[in-house]
Design a protein around this ligand. Structure first.
Ligand SMILES: Nc1ncnc2c1ncn2[C@@H]1O[C@H](COP(=O)(O)OP(=O)(O)OP(=O)(O)O)[C@@H](O)[C@H]1O
Ligand SMILES: [Mg+2]
Length: 401
């Protein structure tokens, strides 16, 4: 890393593009030297093998990753390995490039391809361009993980059941890096529903000294068998108030750098932490049931969200226990809410059974009606969709991901 004193007089540290170099090719050592002395970039380090750089890729707050290759075809596995650890745009440096390589690279969302040798200023220009494009294309919605908040103004509507099953399905069935954050700060039971005995909770994380970053976050989450990471609610209700809005806002920002999706379970209140979460929420799953008091309160919630200027297109009404025979139909709920029901989740015996076994029903009974509904919901919320919604050019594999 460059000495702060050496470069302060040229470009302030915050304006320099933080870059990391992986791989190797002819001409790379010279370019690396030139970049490490360039006033507009901050070369954080380099690693010939992607895996050696994993920690910095994950926690380095990088703007751009440069990957060097001698291959004449796209090093797909190495690109995938970088993406496992970083969302920063990737520029490919090649010593044996062909026009086909460029085409292939662009199809795989590589930001740029540069054939070495190159003038250093050309490379810096490409870094700046990729850094900016990364910010624009991948603003809160694509660059970072997608934030899915599960809310309902009534207790017992199925928030925790939905959040835990959705998170488990995203991790297990859709291979996403997923985090479940329990923001039912006083009486959260997401961990118990998942059968997890956490050593650490969100309380420990926010009261730990020092700056919060991805690596630190990783030290406080507990992994569920599905692959879902869980950050549980504080163990004691009185510790809830230490999870302040500012701490939570930072926590969510950091989580979005490390995960594809963050599912947030909530309590039935619009308190400070909930407002901080709404600020960054991409999809608000608003849970409703087929009963008049819940519908009335969901309607009030929609009005509150409007007053808070929460974008209405981010609200997705979920009708839980949609198949219950209680003298009311989906159409009546939609009329009362003046809003379409986006997802329907059936009432299913497997759910209470699974809750009591501390294993999400979507895992124990994936083929049940409930299991299928949750998997469909997870699919509809997959982060890849946001990129195509934004009109970003994207390579779609056979499985559409
Ligand atoms: N689709 C469903 N089918 C059958 N049972 C369900 C379904 N959804 C929820 N339940 C049952 O309802 C109970 C309450 O659900 P859950 O704990 O998820 O509600 P909640 O909204 O998180 O409540 P709270 O506000 O108290 O946290 C669960 O224990 C579960 O057994
Ligand atoms: Mg709950």
């Amino acid at each position: 890393m460059l000495e702060e004193t050496q470069t302060e007089s040229r470009t302030p540290a915050r304006d320099r593009a933080r870059i990391y170099v992986t791989g190797d090719c002819d001409g790379l050592p010279d370019l690396r030297d030139a970049l490490s002395n360039h006033p507009e970039v901050e070369l954080i380090g380099s690693a010939p093998q992607v895996i050696e750089g994993a920690a910095t890729l994950t926690g380095g707050h990088l703007q751009v990753v440069l990957h060097a290759t001698r291959s004449a075809t796209l090093p797909v596995n190495e690109i995938a390995a970088i993406r496992e650890h970083s969302r920063a745009p990737i520029i490919l440096l090649a010593s044996n490039g062909t026009p086909a390589l460029l085409e292939e690279a662009l199809e795989h969302d590589v930001a740029d391809v540069l054939l070495l040798p190159q003038m250093t200023d050309n490379v810096v220009f490409a870094i700046r361009k990729a850094g900016h494009t990364g910010k624009r294309l991948t603003g809160p919605q694509t660059r970072h993980g997608r934030l899915v908040t599960v809310f309902s103004p009534k207790g017992g509507t199925g928030k925790t059941v939905t959040a835990t099953n959705l998170g488990a399905s995203l991790a297990k069935h859709w291979g996403k890096r997923a985090l479940l954050l329990d923001l039912d700060l006083q009486f959260g039971d997401a961990a118990i529903m998942l059968g997890i005995e956490p050593e650490k909770t969100i309380y420990d994380l926010v009261t730990a000294p020092g700056e919060l970053d991805s690596e630190k976050l990783a030290g406080y989450t507990t992994r569920h068998a599905s692959g879902l990471d869980v950050l549980p609610a504080p163990l004691r209700p009185e510790d809830a108030e230490l999870v302040t809005e500012a701490k939570l806002a930072r926590l969510l920002e950091v989580a979005r750098e490390s995960y594809d999706v963050i599912v947030v379970d909530t309590s039935p209140f619009f308190h400070g932490p909930m407002l901080a979460t709404l600020d960054q929420t991409d999809d608000l799953l608003l849970l409703c049931g087929l009963d008049v008091p819940t519908i009335k309160n969901v309607r009030l919630s929609l009005q509150t969200l409007q007053l808070l200027s929460f974008p209405p297109e981010r609200v997705r009404v979920v009708l839980n226990r949609a198949n219950s025979n209680v003298g009311m139909k989906k159409g009546e709920v939609e009329a009362a809410l003046e809003s379409k029901v986006r997802f329907e989740v059936p009432s299913d015996r497997v759910v209470p059974l699974a809750v009591n076994r501390s294993n999400p029903a979507v895992l124990s009974d994936p083929k049940s009606d409930f299991g299928r509904a949750i998997q469909e919901m997870a699919k509809a919320l997959l982060p890849a969709k946001t990129a195509s919604e934004n009109g970003k050019r994207r390579f779609l594999g056979k499985n559409g991901s």
